[in-house]
Write a protein that binds this ligand. Sequence first.
Ligand SMILES: NC(=O)c1ccc[n+]([C@@H]2O[C@H](COP(=O)([O-])OP(=O)(O)OC[C@H]3O[C@@H](n4cnc5c(N)ncnc54)[C@H](O)[C@@H]3O)[C@@H](O)[C@H]2O)c1
Length: 261
Amino acid sequence: MADVFTFAPDRKALVTGGASGIGLGIATALRGIGAAVAIADLPAALDRADASATGALERIAMDVTDDAAVAGGVAEAARRLGGLDTLVNSAGVFQFRRIEDIATAEWDRMIDINLKGTFLAMREAMPHLKASKRGRVVNLSSDAGKRGFPLLGAYCASKFGVIGLTQAVGAEVAGDGVRVNAVCPGTVAETGMGKVVIEQKIELGYGATAEEVVRRGAESFPLRRVGTVDDVVAAVLFLVSESSNWITGESINIDGGSLAG
Ligand SMILES: NC(=O)c1ccc[n+]([C@@H]2O[C@H](COP(=O)([O-])OP(=O)(O)OC[C@H]3O[C@@H](n4cnc5c(N)ncnc54)[C@H](O)[C@@H]3O)[C@@H](O)[C@H]2O)c1
């Protein structure tokens, strides 16, 4: 990947939700292109993270729903990295629920983590990104940020919101040299969230075993497989790289053709 795209030297990146799954894959890949990288996540997730996978990363305990924690965490990341020019918002949660059964607290939690958390991290990081004159934001939306799926009212609302936020802020800060984009993955089964999706699909009767759920999921994608962390990492690296310098406010589908029809 690093051989294909060109990158500004010495990037300084913060990845929320970086202790697990897609966020950890992105953080590791950014280290691989020579960036200094901090991961921000819940304390329990940082404790669970494999020390060998996160050894080269700065670790910051930060709940993305908490104003003060995000302000403190972003400031700490900028202090430890010597500035901040890249923000990846990967913290997120998922839940299947019929609309009649979504408790208000569940709705609030989904919107708070997936949407408000993305806003708070962007708000706190923006002065640093502007000061760097080469700022990049990549937000994790979803195929569920572009079309509705049954039982995903709250998740879809949060991920549609991330795309709107990405477009609005992308247009707003372009003149400051900051590009803001999103990626929209379909099912990535190998992450923490992927496992949650599989467990909930088994409960809902989509299959008897994880293997069956994944096989059925794969059949639903035109490219006939589910996604991988590496599929998402490739698109994020492109958006961070200098090879995408005329792209902002964009939301790239990484979904095996699912949104194409
Ligand atoms: N896995 C998929 O199929 C899929 C598909 C489309 C989009 N996404 C998006 O990709 C992103 C990463 O998901 P993943 O699949 O890697 O799942 P994951 O569960 O492995 O990672 C999510 C991370 O977010 C962290 N997190 C949750 N709440 C937090 C909070 N309040 N503050 C800070 N961190 C918090 C978790 O601790 C975890 O480390 C999410 O935004 C998700 O919606 C995932």
